[in-house]
Design a protein around this ligand. Sequence first.
Ligand SMILES: [Zn+2]
Ligand SMILES: [Zn+2]
Length: 256
Amino acid sequence: MPAKRRLWRSFAASNAKIFPYFQVLGLACVVAALFINQNWSWWALSGLVYFLMSCLGLTVTYHRFLTHRAFRMKKWKEYLFCSLGAFGCTGSPIGWVMVHRLHHLNADKPGDPHSPSLRNFEILAGRLDVSFNKWTMRRMLKEPFHRILHEYYFLWLLAAALLLLAISPMVLLFGLLVPAGILLNVSSLSNYLNHKIGYRNFDTDDDSTNNAFIALLAWGEGWHNNHHRNPRAWNLQTRWWELDPTAWVIRCVRDD
Ligand SMILES: [Zn+2]
Ligand SMILES: [Zn+2]
């Protein structure tokens, strides 16, 4: 099978279909951790790792930098932050960006990979418009770092898990499984609530809403109606109370 076809098949067959299982397993790990250890220092470790993988990795780099090209950042930062985001178990940067661009292109219409209005399961069924995605993803596909991280994504996760396990099972639990479990469930919740419950500042051509609960859990990503109005904005704040911690971090790491 040609390398490119294998690359896309690997996404459709593995990343997307395994995601719901990861989510359930992640939730089980969080619940188990609550019973196993209530020591605040372990939970502080989980909080720190959650910030690194969720804010620096996903919201700053996967979302606002790679998907929307909202600001510029040096390559070493892009690769470092992507490596952190990959630990979140929501897929490689190529896979994540591909799905999110489809979401913006078809928001709440057929072809949206995760719309609560459509109750569709296009990701799980592997029914993604691959020809479209190859074109929009051409920039990332040219970079060996992103291709390798995509092709060997599960190997990357397994290697990290084994390494942490070798240090100690508690380090694996609180340093990877708990923060990834929280991230997976917050991501899923935000995909749902950000198009279902909340208020709207703008009359956009979709069901996007601003949801303060998701903004709190996901570093400002809950200001989703503002985001759909202007996807290329690196700061999602429109009203004074719509605090956007991701934008504060972008101010510190951007290079333009
Ligand atoms: Zn959306
Ligand atoms: Zn977006």
